[in-house]
Structure formats: C-alpha cells, structure tokens
Unconditional design. Structure first.
Length: 411
C-alpha cells in the first residue's frame, strides 16, 4: 500500500542545542556530521524539502520542527519556511507546523509569529523546579526551570497553541501527581509523557542510570491515568494526555495517532540539516539512512523497501506478545524500547509498565469507551433526523445500547 507523505520531522540544526540535558539521546548524533562544529539547514535544503512536501503532501501535510534546538535557526528561517509553503502550496491544501523547543530563546516576536501562522508549540518542561532542573541544565550545569516557566506563561497568555512534553526519568517517575498538578495549574491542557530508556554511553552492556524502570513507569502511568480520569467533564477529558488518548482510540475502534501503538511503523521520515533522510527520529543512524532529498524524492524514500523493512521490525514481536491480552492496545510498543537496555533481551523495556497500566485502567477505559460510542451514535441519530420528542419511553434507544430510551439517553 502506498503511504502518503503526510508528516515530515525536520532537524534544521541537527543535534546542536543551547542546553545539555543529561538524558538527551540526540546530542550524540552530531558525530554523524563531524566535518563542521555548527550545523544549520541551508536555504537550498529548506526550499527543496518544502517544495517536495507540498508536492507530495496531498490534501494536507505537517512539518514538525525539532532538534537539537530548532530556534537556534532564528525567526527569519521559519518566516522563509512559511513563505515557501505558501509559494508551493495548492489551493485548499492544508498545512500544519509544529515545533518542539526548550523555549529559552522565545520572545514576543516569536509568539506573534506562532500565533499568526498557527504553529503548535511543544514546550519541554519536566515539571516543578526540583524535577525539571534535575536533568535539564545548561552546558555549564546551571538550572533552566525559571526561564522555561517564564516562556510557558508567555506562550499561554499570548494565545499560542502550546502543549508540554515531559521526559519521564528515574527521578521524575516518583512525582506523577505533583507533575500533573503543576502543569495543570500552569495552564496546560495537553500533556505528553515520554519514558526514557537509553543505553549507558559509558557501559554499553546496560541501560543508562537515568533510564526509568518498567515498574516505576508503570506506577507513573497509573497515577497519571487517575488524574486524567478525574478531569473528565461531560463525557470528555478536560486534559489530553497523548499516550492515554492514543490508547483510548484502540478502545473505540479507531486508529491511534501515536505510531508506537500501531501494528507497523515507518509512517513518516526525518530530515537532517543537510537533507539526509532517515527512517525514524530514534534511528538517525547509518543503517537507516534512506537517502538525501537533494538527490532523491521524499515520497519515494517513504515508500521504499528499506523504509518498509524498518516498519516491519515493529511487527516482529517478542514471544510474550502474541498471547498477551493487551496486544491489541499496544502492539509491542516502540521498536527502540526493545533495543536500548541490553538486559531486556529484545523484549520491550516497558512491557511490565503497560501490563500494570492496563490491569489498572482497563475496566474504566472500557466503560468510558462504551459511553463515548453511545454518545457518538446518539449525535449521529440526531443528525440523521431523529426527533427525541417523537420517541416513546419504551422505544429502543437510538444510540444502539440495547436499552429502552427511558433508561438510556433520555436521561
């Protein structure tokens, strides 16, 4: 099946960053490009990438700008990117831009640009001060929390679409409720939690000490779920937690938006600063380089046999997965989580986390899913012309629950 080019993840500064997070997996990628100390995307690469994205993007495409730290490119670079999108876009074509940033370089000028062009900003903020500053520090070891919180408030008060990304480490995993409450009180209604497991750079036979264990991450997920559930209002969650929302898709028969929960992955490509194209953000390495967009087509690389081979790795499940009752809700998790800790022996590092979560949340998710489907069916019935005033108390409820109207949606 031909895959549409619907999403491109871009590294315009490569691995270059203005801080030095202890747990960052991407900083070491600078070693792929040792010929110069500073890495910046040229205008030629930018134009070629945007042109191909608009050409092959069909009805809509998303450009996701990440790093390293993408704001090191400066605002004029992104103004040029939008100008290219406008130049090469077709009438009616939808274009979305998102950016993941540590926020330190943002100011009112950036915020005005983001608001004008509807950029979705992901701010890296691990929680309250003692959590965030545990690992997210400058190159000389100084804390960053105060300035990041200042930038968060600026984004939220100026109307920029902003969500928050939290890396769950060995330390932060102990403070799930505190982190959730802090971010909620700050004003974030969309949260993303990414569990950290990386190979120890000093000892390749074990996981790095900042990696979170399966048990600790499982407890973290359960506590966040309880906070998320408590936030439901009128049949919907008031706060979006990306992984939980994606899992909820699997309970209501929809395709989850998070690639870690799909049967196979490989649904997007990564573009490095010089135009090199890779299979996945977590596999920017020689074995999974697909080509360079200055000499090849992003669409062809996305649909290449090599990218298909990468996608199929996820479907090659560890032996404990096929008989697992939760398989349809996680499909073995992210491929990289089977590789980073040698002690896992090819099993997903967070398998125990997910089992703990589903045992804790399954009954509630099933009930919420039933309610959600019923409400959707009720809305469809109304849209199709069903008049509640004409329904008898003992008529079957149009939502399809099998109950009588009086015992269901009438109330």
């Amino acid at each position: 099946m031909v895959k549409p080019l619907s999403s491109i993840l871009i590294k315009p500064t490569g691995a270059d960053c203005n801080i030095d997070c202890t747990y960052c997996f991407y900083l070491e990628k600078a070693s792929l490009y040792p010929e110069r100390p500073v890495h910046r995307m040229s205008g030629e690469v930018l134009e070629a990438m945007v042109r191909q994205g608009m050409e092959y993007g069909g009805g809509g495409i998303t450009f996701s700008w990440q790093g390293g730290e993408p704001t090191l490119m400066g605002l004029p670079f992104f103004e040029k990117a939008v100008a290219f999108q406008q130049r090469y876009g077709r009438p009616g074509q939808r274009v979305a831009n998102s950016m993941q940033t540590n926020g330190l370089l943002l100011d009112e000028q950036w915020a005005e640009f983001f608001r004008k062009y509807r950029f979705l900003i992901g701010l890296s903020l691990d929680g309250p001060e003692h959590v965030h500053d545990h690992y997210r520090v400058t190159k000389n070891g100084r804390p960053t929390w105060a300035k990041v919180v200042e930038k968060a408030r600026m984004l939220l008060t100026t109307g920029v679409q902003a969500n928050v990304l939290v890396v769950v480490s060995d330390y932060s995993a102990r403070y799930a409720r505190e982190i959730y409450r802090f971010l909620s009180e700050l004003g974030f209604t969309f949260m993303q939690f990414i569990p950290c497991v990386e190979t120890d750079p000093g000892d390749r036979t074990r996981a790095a000490p900042y990696s979170v264990s399966a048990e600790a991450y499982g407890r973290f997920l359960c506590e966040v779920f309880d906070c998320w559930q408590a936030d439901w209002r009128d049949g919907r969650p008031r706060t979006s937690v990306r992984w939980i929302d994606s899992v909820f898709h699997t309970y209501v028969g929809r395709i989850p938006p998070e690639c870690t929960l799909l049967r196979e992955c490989g649904c997007y490509v990564v573009v490095e600063h010089n135009g090199d194209v890779y299979a996945c953000d977590f596999f920017v390495e020689g074995d999974w380089k697909l080509g360079n967009l200055l000499s090849g087509s992003l669409f062809d690389m996305l649909n290449s046999e090599r990218q298909a081979e990468f996608g199929r790795l996820k479907a090659q499940l560890p032996p404990e997965c096929p008989p697992c009752p939760w398989l349809s809700h996680c499909y073995g998790g992210c491929t990289k989580d089977r590789l980073r800790d040698p002690a896992d022996g090819g099993s997903n590092h967070f398998c125990g986390s997910y089992k703990m979560f589903f045992e804790h949340a399954h009954e509630t998710l099933s009930r919420l899913a039933e309610d959600f489907v019923r409400q959707q069916n009720w809305r469809r019935a109304l849209a199709a012309g069903v008049d509640p005033a004409q329904l008898g108390r003992n008529d079957p409820c149009p939502c399809g629950s099998g109950k009588k109207y009086k015992a269901c949606c009438k109330n």
